[in-house]
Design a protein around this ligand. Structure first.
Ligand SMILES: Nc1ncnc2c1ncn2[C@@H]1O[C@H](COP(=O)(O)OP(=O)(O)O)[C@@H](O)[C@H]1O
Ligand SMILES: [Mg+2]
Length: 250
């Protein structure tokens, strides 16, 4: 293929910053001052208030089923956390079957978690800058044959231990809870779990089942984050808000 026709960076000596294709739902990237980014900051603040001594550093982001906004929430939350003074955040793509952290950020797929857990790459190689100051990622890596076994392995505990020494928060983007066991296993290995609920997507019984599964594995449930009400004005619609265990209303 020939070079793109317009490349002023080369032809005119002009510096061009090419914007990567960052997923439009990464509101903390596209509209950091918008209402939705403020909601993410409110979520971040609730989580940090719940963790006053900063000891809880690994946080699972999950949901009952696929497509509820786990990855978008994990990355938005991570970006909002980088705004905290001197904070370094890592997002770990634990959705080994349908990875999307790299795609959301417009990055190429690279070596990642599956390779790390199988010993075929080093931590230094797997950790990559996201392009957002203070935020690194580890992608899912090569597609493994045995994702649930990898999630359950002792190597995950060691890895989380190492990452928690290097980062203020490690956010684990996980597969959905109801169809597969990985998120429950990872929740049990992590300091806290946040459940994303897309109200127009997951049936109530599925959310209930997901919460029950998390409780049964001893997950530290921090709350639920409600997203994605189509056609509603998030600024005024009462449904477009987050709720917390113990405060949730019908
Ligand atoms: N707040 C939102 N409202 C509506 N759609 C969203 C929202 N956040 C993400 N999406 C879109 O919904 C799809 C699923 O989001 P994603 O974060 O990948 O979900 P999951 O990780 O739970 O499978 C993506 O195509 C994404 O662009
Ligand atoms: Mg996802």
């Amino acid at each position: 293929m020939s070079e793109p026709e317009t490349n002023p960076a080369l032809t005119d000596g002009v510096l061009v910053i090419v914007e990567r294709t960052v997923n439009p739902y990464l509101v903390c990237f596209h509209e950091p001052n918008g209402f939705r980014s403020e909601q993410i900051r409110a979520l971040r603040n609730r989580l940090t208030v719940m963790n006053p001594d900063g000891s809880a550093r690994s946080l699972v982001i999950t949901s009952a089923i696929q497509g509820e906004g786990k990855t978008a929430t994990a990355l938005n939350l991570a970006m909002s956390m980088t705004e905290l003074q001197d904070h370094r955040i890592l997002v770990l793509d634990c959705d080994l079957r349908k990875p999307s952290v790299e795609t959301f950020l417009g990055l190429n797929r690279g070596p990642g978690l599956a390779d790390l857990l199988q010993g075929s790459t080093s931590l230094d190689e797997a950790i990559r800058p996201s392009g957002i100051p203070g935020l690194d990622i580890i992608g899912a890596g090569s597609r493994p044959k045995n994702p649930s076994e990898l999630a359950a392995s002792r190597r995950v505990d060691e890895l989380l231990g190492q990452l928690k020494e290097q980062y203020n928060y490690v956010l684990l983007d996980t597969p959905p809870i109801v169809p597969i066991s990985d998120a429950g296993i990872l929740s049990a290995k992590s300091d806290g779990t946040l459940v994303v609920v897309a109200l127009e997507r997951a049936a109530r019984r599925m959310v209930k089942e997901a919460l029950e599964q998390l409780e049964s594995v001893g997950a530290q449930l921090l709350g639920t984050f409600v997203v994605g009400i189509r056609g509603a004005d998030p600024a005024t619609d009462e449904r477009y808000r987050y709720t917390w265990d113990g405060e949730a209303k019908e």
